[in-house]
Each structure stands twice: as structure tokens, then as C-alpha cells.
Design a protein. Structure first.
Length: 104
């Protein structure tokens, strides 16, 4: 029922909304692009709940990552999102929440 309403709304507004997801692979790619580290510094293994500082990414790297995410996904992240997201899981959850809100 929900999908029917969404399709009807899209027809009425003439817009086609695209549902995007933000995965750990997306985050890893963006972190690597921003850092320029060819070896994937600290991103091997189970890093979802590891502090960014422990895997070699400081606040400047995270600001660059947030900027790249905003441009690529067309969202705006609050400054507090980056400061509060101390692990990859926290950043994934925050970006995903913004994407869901944008699609609504």
C-alpha cells in the first residue's frame, strides 16, 4: 500500500525519486579517495565498531569524508553528525538516516 502511495505521489509531482543506500563499501571508497592512501589504511577486517582514530582517520579526514558524501549523495550533514560519528557504523547510520529522510 505504501509503495502505491509513493508511486502516485511521484506521478502527481512529476518527480522520480531514487532510493540510495550508503554501505560500508561506499564509506571505505570515500575514505580512501579523501585520504589518498593507496593501501586502504586501517579498513581491512571488521572495522564497523572501531573508532576512526584507531584506524588512522583524524577529524580532518572525517570532514573531507563528510564533504564528499554530501556532494555524492546530495545531502547536508550537520556538523554534529561528523563529530558524533566516532565509528564507521555511526557514520553509516547517520548518512542512511539522512537518505531515508530525503526520500520521504
Amino acid at each position: 500500500m505504501q509503495k502505491q502511495k509513493q508511486k502516485q505521489k511521484q506521478k502527481q509531482t512529476g518527480r522520480l525519486t531514487m532510493s540510495r543506500t550508503f554501505t560500508l563499501d561506499d564509506l571505505k571508497r570515500i575514505l580512501l579517495e579523501g585520504s589518498g592512501a593507496p593501501d586502504g589504511t586501517g579498513l581491512d577486517g571488521d572495522v564497523l565498531d572501531t573508532d576512526f582514530a584507531d584506524i588512522g582517520y583524524d577529524s580532518l579526514a572525517l570532514l573531507e569524508t563528510a564533504s564528499r558524501v554530501e556532494r555524492e549523495y546530495g545531502i547536508e550533514l550537520d556538523e554534529t553528525v561528523v563529530g558524533d560519528a566516532t565509528t564507521p557504523r555511526a557514520l553509516l547510520d547517520a548518512v542512511s538516516a539522512h537518505l531515508v529522510a530525503q526520500a520521504a
